[in-house]
Ligand binder design. Sequence first.
Ligand code: ADP
Ligand code: MG
Length: 701
Amino acid sequence: MSDFLVTDIKFLPGVGPKRAELLNKELRIFTYRDLLYYFPYRYIDRTRFYKISELNPDLPFVQVKGMITRYYTEGKGRGKRLVADFTDDTGSVKLVWFKGTKWIMQTYVPDVEYIVFGKPGIFNGIINIIHPEIEASGKVAERISSAFQAQYSTTENLKNHFITSRTISKLLGNLLKQINFGLPETLPDYILTRYRLMGLQQALLKIHFPSDGSELEKARHRLKFEELFYIQLNLIRYKNNRSTKLKGFLFSNVGKNFNNFYYNNLPFSLTNAQKRVMKEIRRDLGSGRQMNRLLQGDVGSGKTLVALMSMLIAIDNGYQACLMAPTEILATQHYNTLTKMLEGLNIRVRLLTGSSKKTLRKEISESLLDKSLNILVGTHALIEENVQFGNLGLVIIDEQHRFGVAQRARLWQKNNNVPHVLVMTATPIPRTLAMTLYGDLDVSAIDELPPGRIPVKTMHFFDSERNKVYGFIRRQIAEGRQIYIVYPLIKESEKMDYKDLEDGWDTISRVFPSPDYCISIVHGKMKPAMKEESMMLFKEGKAHILIATTVIEVGVDIPNASVMIIESAERFGLSQLHQLRGRVGRGSDQSYCILMTSDKLSKEASSRIEVMIRTSDGFEIAETDLRLRGPGDIEGTMQSGIPFDLKIADLGKDGQLIEYVRNISENIIKEDPMLEKNQNIILKNELRRLFSKQQSWSNIS
Ligand code: ADP
Ligand code: MG
C-alpha cells in the first residue's frame, strides 16, 4: 500500500498524462501521496442553500439550487461574456463567463436542476456570479458526502485548463475510493491512544471531506500533530545521537591567554547574562562532547566578547578558532575589534575576505597549516575549498541566519575532527520557532544589555513632514552627532514611489550641502574598497551623514552615530527595523530612531510602526513579527533548513502544539534513543522516509 502512494498521479482516474503534467508543474503534485496531502485552504458550508432573493455581494461563497432559463452574450471585445439567467422560486441571478463559453453551453443545459456554487458579486446594480462552479443536483448525492466543501488553491493556468478547486476535490474523491481503508498508519498505536489522535485514514478522509466541524478539527489536529512531531523527533534524535556519538575536543583548561585577557585587557566587567552564557559554553567545551550552541542576544548585548573569550579558551588548549560573518564590513569590524581587544597578548589574528590579496592568502594558508595562526576572521571566503586549518577547534558563526545550511555544512567538513560550533544571532527568534529552526542546538541567551545604555527614542514621521526631520538632523549634527539614513533598496522599480537610495542621495546633498556637511554612502553594489573607504569616513567622524542600504544592518558599531533614519520604513520587516535601530544607542548620548513612511499606510504597516515605538524588546518584536507576517517571511527561514514545506501546521500559530510534540519526542528518545523497540518501528521508518534525503546536511548546524 505504501508503494501505492507513490503511484504516478497520471494513473489516477480522471487525470491522464496532460492533466498530470499540469498538476506536476503548477502544484508540484507528482504522486498519489502528493495529492492526498494537498490540503484545502478553507471550507464552504454545504449544508446551507441560499435562495436567490437572499444573495448579496457581501456574502462569501454560497450555493444555490435552480435552473438555467436562457443563455445570451453581453459586452464587446475583451468584455464580451456569456451570461445565463439562473432562476429559483424566489428570483433570478446572472451567471457570467468570460472564458470556455462554448463548453459551458454544451455542458449545462436549460431546465435541468443544478447546484451553483460561487461568490455573489454586483455589476451595474445587478447581482451576478462570475465563473461559478456547477454541478447537477443529482450528482451531489453521489459524491462522498461532506458538509463542508473543501476549497483548494489552484493557479490561473490550471483554471484555464478547467482544473478547478472542485476538480481537485473530485480527484481526491476518486483516490480515496481506491484507497478504501487500506492506508498504513504512520503513527504507532500507543501514540494514537495516549494522545487521543484520529487514525490517518480517517484524518485524510475528513480533512478533504469533513462531515462536521468537530471532525474536521480532529482531522486537522491529527495531521498537524504528525507533521510537527516528526520534525521534532528528527531533531531530537539527531541531537541525541550527535551528543552520544561525537567526541568533541576536550578544552580542559582555561589558561594564560584567557586569564591575561580577562584580568588585563577587559575594559569592563561582564554582565550577569554574559557570565552565565560563558559558564554554559565552558561546560560544553570541557565536556568532551562536541558543542553545538546557538547564542541569541539582542543587538548590542555583547556577543562579540563572548565569542572572543570562547576563542581564547580554544587557543589555551592548543586549537585554532575561526569567526565567520556574513558581510565584509562586519568581518572587518570583528577583525578590528578583536585585534584591539587582544593588544599586548601574543595572539595572531588574520582577516580573510573575498578581496584579500594573494600574498595575504598565501601567508594565511601557510600559518593555518603550521598552526601559528590562532584566529581567522572572515566572510564566506573562510569556507572555500582551499582554506585548510591545521587544528580548527572552534567555529563561531555570527548572524547565523544569513548563512545557508549548505554553507554551514562545508565549514563542518573542514576537518576530520569535528570542531565546536557556536552560532550567534542578533535576531531574536521566538522560542517555538527556534525549536524548529534550530531544534537540534542548545540555546543560550544574553537577555540583558550592558549597563548605562540610554534607551533609543523611536519616532514616526510621514514623508510630508520631511522638513521637520531635516531640521532635527541639522541640530543633531550641530551638537556633534552623526546620522544614518537607510534606504530599503538601490534602484527600486521606477514605477514605485519609494525614495530610493539615489534620489535620497540627491536630496540629502542638496539639503546638507558641502563644504558645511560631509556625506558618505555605502551600498551593496559598491566595490569593497570603496565601501570600506566610505565606512571609514563615517567611522572616523569625518562624514556627518551615512547614506546606506541595509548592508549596515548587522553589527556595525559606531557609538557617536546617534540618529537612525529609516526611509520607507513600511517596507521593512519588524526584525529588520529592530536590527537597524540597534545601530544607535551605543554611546553616552540620547539616541533616536526615526521611521519615515509614506503618508498612506496599510493597517499592517501601521501596527509594525506602533510596535517599534512601543517596545525595544527584541523577543517581543520577533513574536509580533511572527504573528503579523507568518514564519515564511521571516528573514532566513527559507534557507534555514526546514526540510520541507509545512503542509498544514503553522509555525506562527501552532507554538503550543510545537512545545507539546517536542516534549513527547524527548520522552520517546529518552526511553528508546535508537528507536529500536517494536512499538517504535513505525517512527523509525517514517523518519527515514521523511528525512533520509537531507540526512547529509542534518549532520551540521
Ligand atoms: P552584539 O554583537 O551582541 O550586538 P557587541 O558585542 O558588538 O554586541 O557589543 C556592543 C558594545 O557593547 C560593544 O561596544 C562592546 O564593547 C560593549 N560591551 C560588551 N559587553 C559589555 C559589558 N559587559 N559592559 C559594557 N560594555 C560592553
Ligand atoms: Mg555583533
